[in-house]
Structures are given as structure tokens and as C-alpha cells.
Design a protein around this ligand. Structure first.
Ligand SMILES: Cc1cc2nc3c(=O)[nH]c(=O)nc-3n(C[C@H](O)[C@H](O)[C@H](O)COP(=O)(O)OP(=O)(O)OC[C@H]3O[C@@H](n4cnc5c(N)ncnc54)[C@H](O)[C@@H]3O)c2cc1C
Length: 347
């Protein structure tokens, strides 16, 4: 099917396969369409159908709650074309970085499966070809018998790899969460599409990094730390990480974080905030180089933000309410320019 997208004086054309989500087809063709979650919740990939027929897919998608049916407003991440179509996109279409990688469809196999805590799983997916992705990006995954794609950020980083490492926080009522936590899924196949996302780290931008993660929000930030470690970025640049979990028993990736701190003791600071319990006596001894705190992660992180932002890129990742609680004070109170804040809301 031929899809034409119009935005003011610009027109883009691309082919979409039968059943393929319009957003994925457009991104695959290198068109910089607007999106955030790419899975039906945020509403950023809104478009209006001006000609042709579409299958709207997930009818209860929260992202289209306020859309006007009479105006044929749709979510491009949920719709597929049933004929050639013309769409208009209200949001600004912004070109990506020159070195961005066009996302694509893959079939992957789960090769590693490990429980990190009571409710956090780590798993690896092997895909048939080597790909590149930016540190901080995500893929959308679809499990057998579970309708729809879900977004998960890569934990690992490698300039070319067929291994994607993910973590997933258990959501007792979640379809994919239930599927993956129910039993060891090693050797199960998944559909994937990616890489996606703009909360990315690029050493050539030469910023210091200020990163705040809640729970599984640490995933993409681990990828950023890993890339920085590989290219010795923190030899000359600072990184501060604030990572919030509920209790010491919920803290994972301790070894990996200690290794980054040990490699760059003077430039990297890693702060772990427990919201529901105090740190252990051993943690408070400071022997492992990490700083342990009690309280909500944003309450500890915000006072450490440099007013005006300086030459710092800010990364926020985790539950939507945590990210929302940070964006306003960062921009309005600490006067951080909008382009110095990159975030992923885990909705
Ligand atoms: C950019 C980004 C990165 C993320 N990275 C991580 C991560 O690294 N680790 C982590 O634990 N969480 C991550 N999340 C959050 C994670 O995507 C959600 O927690 C996850 O979607 C919950 O899925 P579920 O199956 O457990 O819950 P459910 O409630 O079953 O599903 C929630 C989501 O699945 C999709 N969905 C549900 N039903 C349908 C349907 N019928 N048709 C189509 N789609 C449907 C929608 O996207 C919906 O919001 C990330 C989110 C975003 C936006």
C-alpha cells in the first residue's frame, strides 16, 4: 500500500505492508514521523486520514482518548492501511540525527532468562542479523498470544550486535509481563521492531550527564553508562546517576554500577535512593563507592541539578508520574533548557 503523509508544504511517501502499523512502516522508510512510546499510550503519533481506509487496531488505546472520530484522527502506531492512504500529521516533523539507524522488523529468540529481584527479570533476545542502536534506545516487543507491542529499553550497548539485553519489571495485571514471568521463556520467539527513541547518548555532543531512573527506568541508562565506559568518555566528562528503588532487596545491577564507579572514581557519582526502607549498615559504610540514600529519588536528585543546566544533558527514565514530577521543576525552577532534557516515560 502506498502511504502519503502531508505536513504543510512537505510531502512524504512510503510503502506499508499489509497489516503493518503505519508508524513502523514510515520509520522503516526513514521518514522522521513523530512518536514517543510507539505503543498506543502517549498519543504523540496522531494523524488524520484524509483519503483511504485504515484498520484502527487497538480500539481502547489510551493514546487516542481525546481524538475526534469524525475528523478521522488515528494513532499511527496502532493503525494499518487497507488501501492506499493519505494522512496529515499535525505535529512538527523533525529530522533525526544523520547517524540514526532506520528501525526494522525482526524475529528474535530469548536466549537468557534470569530473575534479578523478586519482580525484575533480565532476558536476552538474539536476532538473526547484527544491528546498531544508540545507547538509550528501545525496541517494541510482541510475545506469542499477547496482543500488541510493548516498549523495552536495551540495557547493553555494542556498535554492532545481534544480542539485545532487556529488563522487565513485573506488572501483575500486564499481558506481556504475565507471559514472561509465568515460566522460563528461554528459546521462545518474539516479534521485535526497532531501534526507536530519542533519549539517546552521543559522545560527540560532549556533555556531562545527569541521569535519574526509577525502577526499570535504569535499563537505557545502563546502556548509556556502558557506552561511556567503552569509549572512556568519563575520563574527561562527569556523570551523576540517581537510581530509585523501594528497598535494598529491590536494588539490582549493583556489581555493574560498582564497576563503572571503580573505573572512573573521580568523575562518576552513583546515588541509590530507597523510598521505603533505610540503606543497610554495610551500604552506609561507603566501602563500595556508591552513595546510598533514603527517600524518593526525585527529592534527592533535584537539589543536585545545576541551575541553568551548564553543559549537562539530563536523562529521565521510569514511571510516568516520576518523570512528570521531574520535568516541570527542571525546566521551570532549575531553568534547564528543554533541549537539555531527554526522557522516556514508562507508561
Ligand atoms: C520508551 C519506553 C521504554 C520502556 N522500557 C521499559 C523497560 O526497559 N523495562 C520495563 O519493565 N518497562 C519498560 N517500559 C514500560 C513498559 O513498556 C510497560 O510497562 C509495558 O507496556 C507493560 O506491558 P504489560 O503487558 O505488562 O501491561 P499491559 O497492561 O497488558 O499492556 C500495556 C501496554 O501494552 C500495549 N497493549 C496492551 N493491550 C494492547 C492491545 N490489545 N493492542 C495493542 N497494544 C496493546 C500498550 O502499549 C499498553 O500500554 C518502557 C516504556 C516506554 C514507553
Amino acid at each position: 500500500m502506498l502511504i502519503e503523509i502531508e505536513k504543510k508544504s512537505q510531502t512524504y511517501q512510503f510503502e506499508a505492508n499489509a497489516g503493518e502499523k503505519l508508524l513502523y512502516a514510515g520509520l522503516r522508510a526513514g521518514i522522521p514521523l513523530p512518536f514517543e512510546c510507539a505503543t498506543g499510550t502517549c498519543g504523540s503519533c496522531k494523524a488524520r486520514v484524509t483519503q483511504g481506509e485504515v484498520d484502527e487496531g487497538w480500539s481502547e488505546a489510551p493514546g487516542k482518548e481525546r481524538f475526534k472520530v469524525v475528523k478521522r484522527e488515528i494513532l499511527m502506531c496502532q493503525c494499518s492501511a487497507q488501501s492506499d492512504c493519505s494522512l496529515s500529521v499535525p505535529t512538527k516533523i523533525v529530522a533525526f540525527r544523520d547517524d540514526d539507524i532506520n528501525p526494522d522488523h525482526h524475529i528474535g529468540v530469548i536466549t537468557q532468562y534470569e530473575k534479578l529481584t523478586e519482580d525484575v527479570l533480565r532476558f536476552n533476545v538474539e536476532i538473526p542479523t547484527n544491528i546498531s542502536f544508540h545507547a538509550g534506545q528501545f525496541f517494541v516487543l510482541q510475545a506469542p498470544e499477547v496482543n500488541g507491542f510493548r516498549a523495552y529499553s536495551m540495557v547493553n550497548y555494542s556498535p554492532g550486535t545481534n544480542q539485545l539485553e532487556f529488563i522487565i519489571k513485573q506488572n501483575p495485571h500486564g499481558g506481556l509481563s504475565k507471559w514472561i514471568f509465568d515460566s522460563d521463556r528461554t528459546q521462545e520467539k518474539l516479534e521485535l521492531f526497532g531501534p526507536l527513541g530519542h533519549a539517546t547518548f552521543h559522545p560527540d555532543e560532549s556533555h556531562d550527564l545527569f541521569m535519574i531512573a526509577g525502577g526499570s527506568g535504569i535499563a537505557g541508562l545502563m546502556s548509556i553508562l556502558e557506552y561511556g565506559r567503552q569509549v572512556n568518555y568519563f575520563k574527561n566528562r562527569k556523570a551523576s546517576l540517581f537510581f530509585g528503588v523501594r528497598t535494598p532487596a529491590d536494588f539490582f545491577f549493583a556489581e555493574r554500577l560498582r564497576a563503572v564507579k571503580a573505573q572512573f572514581p573521580d568523575t562518576v557519582s552513583i546515588n541509590i535512593a530507597f523510598s521505603n526502607a533505610p540503606p543497610t549498615a554495610e551500604q552506609l559504610s561507603g566501602n563500595d563507592g556508591l552513595i546510598y540514600l533514603q527517600g524518593m529519588v526525585h527529592e534527592h536528585a533535584l537539589p543536585a541539578v545545576l541551575e541553568g543546566g551548564g553543559n549537562v544533558m539530563h536523562y529521565l527514565a521510569g514511571p510516568g508520574p516520576m518523570v512528570d514530577a521531574l520535568i516541570r521543576p527542571l525546566i521551570l525552577k532549575s531553568k534547564i533548557p528543554v533541549h537539555r532534557v531527554r526522557y522516556d516515560k514508562f507508561s
